[in-house]
Design a protein around this ligand. Structure first.
Ligand SMILES: C[S@@+](CC[C@H](N)C(=O)[O-])C[C@H]1O[C@@H](n2cnc3c(N)ncnc32)[C@H](O)[C@@H]1O
Length: 270
């Protein structure tokens, strides 16, 4: 069965998701993009495909920082691609294109130097096929980079019941929409099984100390709003209010330094 994000989303749902993705790019993206850019620059990747690009903010950030690359972002959600294209026009970046397309074995057969996928594999109902298709669509010595969450690793250095309640509610939402919020743990094995070699997986933490209180707070607020609006029973109003109050205490947030964990995996096609 398909996950929610592999199916049709309405314009309103896409707008809400896009607001969260934008906040995610500003927060987690500011820690993840430098890692992705370093890999693309070191390997001199010229032709890069982003599979499941969403509203495009993360890809545009990567493209802005990468030397000499050409980027194609695809997403099967035409509303998201509309937003990405509008964002591209506002920023007049020349080396990026966006297109509506579903990434699977039927996707066009052109081969790329690198394929990037961020927070998309977790929504795949067939993650092994997704990684296998990426293997097929890479040139020899091509690079696959996947950035994915590991919700189970979300934590604070002092145990905190509010952050634990937030993590538990998010895991329920993942289960409801047919996605795997812990797929970051499986990236190494998925890459290796598909045939990738020189596989490396690192963990990046998004926290007040790494991205700043403001960016951290905005991504948690945007995620709460999305989860509550779509699934009010799983992420109820009481939890939204509890999160709001918790996030108002800047000093407390800085002291606890709660974090969101993402895994960044890289592999080479032999
Ligand atoms: C959580 S969003 C992440 C968007 C973007 N990569 C980011 O990091 O902000 C996942 C996106 O993948 C898209 N998607 C999911 N499966 C896809 C597939 N097989 N092919 C193309 N797009 C896909 C969804 O429509 C959604 O926009």
């Amino acid at each position: 069965m398909k996950s929610l994000l592999e199916t049709f989303l309405t314009l309103e749902q896409t707008a809400l998701l896009s607001a969260t993705l934008e906040a995610q790019t500003r927060a987690s993206g500011s820690a993840e993009a430098p890692v992705v850019v370093r890999i693309l620059n070191e390997r001199k990747c010229r032709d890069v495909l982003d599979a499941g690009t969403g509203e495009g903010s993360f890809l545009l950030e990567v493209a802005r920082q990468t030397r000499g690359g050409r980027f194609l972002g695809i997403d099967h959600n035409a509303f998201a691609i509309g937003k990405a294209t509008a964002r591209l026009r506002r920023r007049s970046i020349k080396n990026v294109r966006f297109r509506t397309a579903f990434f699977d074995a039927k996707f066009d057969r052109k081969r790329h130097d690198a394929i990037l996928s961020r927070y998309t594999l977790q929504h795949s109902s067939r993650p092994a096929d997704f990684v296998g298709t990426a293997f097929e669509r890479l040139k020899r010595k091509g690079t696959l980079i996947a950035v994915e969450s590991i919700e189970a690793y979300m934590d604070c250095h002092v145990p905190d019941p509010v952050w634990e309640a937030y993590r538990a509610a998010l895991l329920k939402v993942h289960a409801k929409i047919g996605s795997d919020g812990n797929i970051g743990k499986a990236l190494g094995s998925l890459f290796r099984t598909a045939g990738f070699r020189d596989v490396q997986v690192g963990i990046v933490l998004t926290s007040p100390s790494t991205v700043g209180v403001e960016r951290f707070t905005s991504v948690v607020l945007a995620t709460s709003a999305l989860a509550h609006t779509l699934f009010p029973r799983l992420f109820d109003r009481r939890l939204v209010r509890r999160m709001d109050r918790w996030l108002l205490d800047d000093a407390g947030i800085e002291r606890r330094d709660p974090f969101i964990a993402s895994a960044i995996a890289v592999g080479t096609k032999p």
